[in-house]
Ligand binder design. Structure first.
Ligand SMILES: [Zn+2]
Length: 50
């Protein structure tokens, strides 16, 4: 399991991670990136920079 943003690796089911479906692609974000991702969603920012 790799974070789609920072590439952090996690063993087993990362319960603190977030699964995001973007353009039909399943992406997992670690706890840190999840917060950043939520902030981006709340700000309605374009996700292209991911
Ligand atoms: Zn990450």
């Amino acid at each position: 399991m790799l974070c789609a943003r920072c590439g952090a690796a996690a063993d087993g089911p990362p319960v603190s991670w977030t699964l995001s479906v973007e353009g039909g692609v399943r992406r997992h974000y670690c706890e840190v990136c999840s917060r950043e991702n939520l902030r981006a969603i709340e700000g309605r920012l374009d996700a292209e920079w991911w």
